[in-house]
Design a protein around this ligand. Structure first.
Ligand code: ADP
Length: 193
């Protein structure tokens, strides 16, 4: 049996942090388009060179690039029980492409979690992360754009999933372990690896 979940939420909501905890417990594989893109940038590939300026500005990289990366990553992880999609999909075209790719594998999106965090808390987290990690898109300007982008794409992607079923809301303002507990409560013990 497979299980595929989308972690949806604004930049710095804690999707990556939670995905890393949850993938261990449930035997799922986290697929983060942000991480995949940063790996391309670090490796100096042509794709990475194309994506870097867009990422640094806080805008969205093209659907074609991120869909292609996700398709490759899914092909390279055939043994996974399922996936945690983190930072993907961010457009309806990406959501449709994902449904199609899963369907070809006889699978589907089983759950969508929306991590909710207020803007002022997000900005505070980004400032802290900027000091700790030095990510080139953790600047005040890029963050403003990323939040604006989030408002736009969540207005199309969330209704897309609401039409398919419930989107589970998670209070992302709580401490990390309490957020994990909320996620585990909705994902269910029966799924645990
Ligand atoms: P965050 O969610 O904290 O903003 P991510 O690591 O998820 O950061 O993404 C960083 C950047 O990578 C985004 O601002 C965007 O430029 C690009 N990106 C990541 N995922 C996608 C996607 N699904 N579609 C388009 N662009 C993406």
């Amino acid at each position: 049996m497979s299980f595929n979940v989308v972690f949806f939420g604004p930049p710095a909501a804690g999707k990556g942090t939670q995905a890393k905890i949850i993938e261990q417990k449930y035997g799922l594989k986290q697929l983060s388009t942000g991480d995949l893109l940063r790996a391309q940038v670090a490796a100096g590939t042509e794709l990475g060179q194309q994506a870097k300026a867009i990422m640094d500005s806080g805008k969205l990289v093209s659907d074609e690039i991120v869909i292609g990366m996700i398709a490759d990553a899914m092909d390279n992880a055939k043994k996974a029980k399922g996936f945690i999609f983190d930072g993907f999909p961010r457009t309806t075209a990406q959501a449709e492409a994902l449904d199609k790719m899963l369907k070809e594998r006889g699978q589907k999106i089983d759950m969508v979690l929306e991590l909710q965090v207020k803007d002022d808390a997000l900005l505070a987290r980004i400032k802290k992360r900027a000091e700790e990690e030095g990510r080139s898109d953790d600047t005040v300007d890029a963050m403003k754009t990323r939040l604006e982008q989030y408002r736009n794409y969540s207005a199309e992607v969330l209704p897309y999933y609401q039409k398919q079923g419930d989107v589970m809301r998670i209070d992302g303002m709580r401490p990390v372990d309490e957020v994990t507990m909320q996620i585990e409560a909705v994902m269910g013990e029966d799924l645990a690896a």
